[in-house]
Design a protein around this ligand. Structure first.
Ligand SMILES: NC(=O)c1ccc[n+]([C@@H]2O[C@H](COP(=O)([O-])OP(=O)(O)OC[C@H]3O[C@@H](n4cnc5c(N)ncnc54)[C@H](O)[C@@H]3O)[C@@H](O)[C@H]2O)c1
Length: 246
């Protein structure tokens, strides 16, 4: 099994991609701590996992809770961290508030940095790995989605910069750039009324049934958190049904 004897932290595990990743990693033998602000969702996820995880609620806007999550996950050693928690909010830019812009930056980017920072001493010991969640929104401008896109560009920068800083100490840091994934995030947060769909659909999936399922993304998390990707660091891995191909 891919993660036999390995310990890791997965955030955002109450739903969507984080849930699918927690289920996949437990099936591959991982001993996990799963974190999210949605405790009931974490409990549902735990019930679907082959190996019982440690469950810990945290709020990505409260950095002390981010650090506490890392410390409890590392109590017996830490081999990998998957930063998957995230927030989407669309809106035409003439009306999108600075407060919402800040909130998306805090949840999607600053908390990821804080978690990486807290995990690093443990990952240096284990020569471990971090897998962050960027997006195709990290690779292009997206109309009506400026704050989210800015926060995911920041995740890409955090990933590449930390990878260079910690490469010599044996820690690998990569990020995944999913395209459209069918999860509660995309189901519950449709684009605002009145958007220009010609602009929105410049980068539609090209494959037949091109939208990804959470399980498709979980496969890539497993590759990047395991030794199978031992020569990959500082890289962004796109999985998007051909959205970014043109
Ligand atoms: N669904 C997509 O199309 C898509 C595409 C590209 C990237 N992503 C990214 O993938 C990741 C997972 O998204 P998903 O589609 O599974 O969404 P989701 O909404 O199903 O899951 C996101 C999880 O993050 C948690 N979360 C949100 N704010 C939090 C906070 N303040 N503190 C702690 N936890 C918090 C939520 O409770 C939820 O469980 C996110 O980072 C998202 O930006 C999603």
């Amino acid at each position: 099994m891919l993660f036999e004897g390995k310990r890791g932290l997965i955030t955002g595990a109450a739903s969507g991609i984080g849930r699918a990743t927690a289920i996949k990693f437990a099936a591959e033998g991982a001993q996990l701590t799963i974190g999210d602000r949605n405790l009931a969702g974490l409990e549902e996820t735990a019930a679907m996992m082959a190996i019982k995880p440690v469950i810990q609620a945290y709020d990505a806007t409260d950095f002390d809770t981010c650090r506490a999550l890392v410390e409890s996950s590392a109590r017996d050693g830490l081999d990998f961290v998957c930063n998957i928690a995230g927030l989407l909010k669309w809106g035409p830019s003439d009306a999108f508030s600075a407060q919402d812009f800040d909130l998306l930056m805090t949840v999607n980017a600053t908390s990821v940095y804080v978690i990486c920072q807290a995990a690093m001493p443990h990952l240096i010991k284990s020569r471990g790995a971090i897998v962050n969640t960027a997006s195709t929104a990290a690779l292009q401008g997206q109309p009506y989605n400026i704050a989210y896109s800015a926060s995911k560009h920041a995740v890409a920068a955090i990933t590449k910069g930390l990878a260079i800083e910690y490469a010599a100490q044996g820690v690998r840091i990569n990020a995944i750039c999913p395209g459209l994934v069918l999860t509660p995030m995309t189901r519950d947060t449709p684009p605002p009324e009145g958007v220009d769909w010609a602009l929105m659909m410049r980068n539609a999936p090209k494959l037949l049934d091109g939208a990804c399922e959470p399980e498709d993304i979980a496969e890539m998390f497993a590759f990047l958190a395991s030794a199978k990707s031992r020569k990959a660091t500082g890289a962004l891995f796109t999985i998007d049904g051909g959205q970014m191909a043109g």
